[in-house]
Design a protein around this ligand. Structure first.
Ligand SMILES: [Zn+2]
Length: 102
């Protein structure tokens, strides 16, 4: 994939992750399947660094839960993440109004 196109998609993917984490706690495998459903074939090697970066930037926080004897890390939005998502949504809306309407 063209490196510049990849940077566009990484932004879309981050917004998508924040959107779902605002609805309910999400985990890596679920997000990979959800993103695949939307046409993004994302590997764990790409997804997990994004999740860690969103946590490091205080957009999300994570908690560990034991599910069927395995530790699973769930992510949910922080207050700062909610603000960022709201701003991103407004920009996405504004952009789609222009570029999709043409
Ligand atoms: Zn989705």
């Amino acid at each position: 994939m063209d490196p510049m196109v990849r940077t566009f998609f990484l932004g879309f993917i981050k917004i998508h992750i924040l959107h779902h984490a605002s609805k309910e706690p999400v985990y890596g495998l679920w997000l990979m399947e959800e993103l695949r459903r939307h046409g993004y074939d994302i590997s764990p090697g790409t997804l997990y660094p994004i999740l860690h970066a969103l946590v490091a930037d205080n957009m999300m926080c994570s908690v560990r839960k034991v599910v069927k004897g395995k530790i699973r890390r769930y992510y949910r939005l922080t207050g700062q993440g909610k603000v960022a998502l709201r701003e991103a949504k407004a920009k996405v809306h504004e952009l789609t109004q222009e570029i999709v309407a043409e």
